[in-house]
Design a protein around this ligand. Sequence first.
Ligand SMILES: [Zn+2]
Length: 370
Amino acid sequence: MLAVAVRASLLGGLVALGAGAPVRTALEQMVAQAGLPVWLQPTVVVALGALALGVAGEVLAFPFVCRAEWLLARRYGQSRERFAAWWGAHARTALWTSVSWMLAAVVVYVAIGLSATRWWLVVGAAFAAGTVAVALLGPLLLRPALRARPLGRPELAARLEALARRAGAPVVGVHEWPEGPASRPNAALVGVGAARRVLLSDTMVADYSDAEIEVVLAHELAHHLHRDIWKTIAFRAAVVCAAGWVGQRVLADLGPVLGLHGAADAAGLPALALCAGGVTMAVLPAANLLSRRHERRADRFALDVTGNHEAFVSGLRRMGTEHLAEERPSRLVKWCFYSHPPVAERVAEARRHRARPRGESPRRGVAARP
Ligand SMILES: [Zn+2]
């Protein structure tokens, strides 16, 4: 949260000081001196401006991210990762994040070039198309998928494949990917159609019981069967459209005050980024509410198909501890920041599920293990 506040302060400060225009002029001079083709120069100015904003945000947020992701995990014995290793991985992620912001800014300014008043619709459509492509192809191209090897525990693999068949989502194999002792346990169902497979991190294979892994996978299968990812993409595309619309209004109304030469002026980047961040934060409670509904339904499904409440609760508690999750956050914290229901709520829901008479749940008895 502090990292978000620092990034927002950076953008707010740049907008308040009117720093967009002088930075844009400096970048324009630099790009012109580099001898780039004239038609390419505005795009490169936007790209460099966005990259500079992204990198500055990462640098300012670093102390807070370091404390939350590395220091606390070590202090509470959840990670033995050395600082250099953590920093290397973090720097790579931060660089990729900054490059994604750069590409997003270029897409926005290309869209503004197409229509100065309706560009936010073009940006929403481009976001939806991009995320659908990543959802379909990304998991198979990611490093974990490429480094994965068939699971060395044939009994567990057969059990998980049988579970996927019972749940109506047959898979072509269960694979393990080496992440090393520093990583947190993870399981995922990736790919589509004939390429669909289950990936388990080696830390999960080493530390979790077969029953616990089975319940975790059942939960992931539920997301897949209920098409939660597509609903999430549709919601996010709507948020991107809304953020773009707000940005378009701000540029139209405040452009002259900020010293902008029209909507396509790269000096408006900090104001646009601030609008995007503001709208994203404003809809966060609604996004989390939708996500928690998906998670609750996935939990119910996992309990229905496995019938194994003990493994569900023990796996959940272990994951909660490993991810340093707060078991009982305040209502405000839950609404603002919890994409999953708190552990205590999920455990209580599992107990209610067990106490419910058999037959009350439509899938129970059909799919439950003996
Ligand atoms: Zn989930």
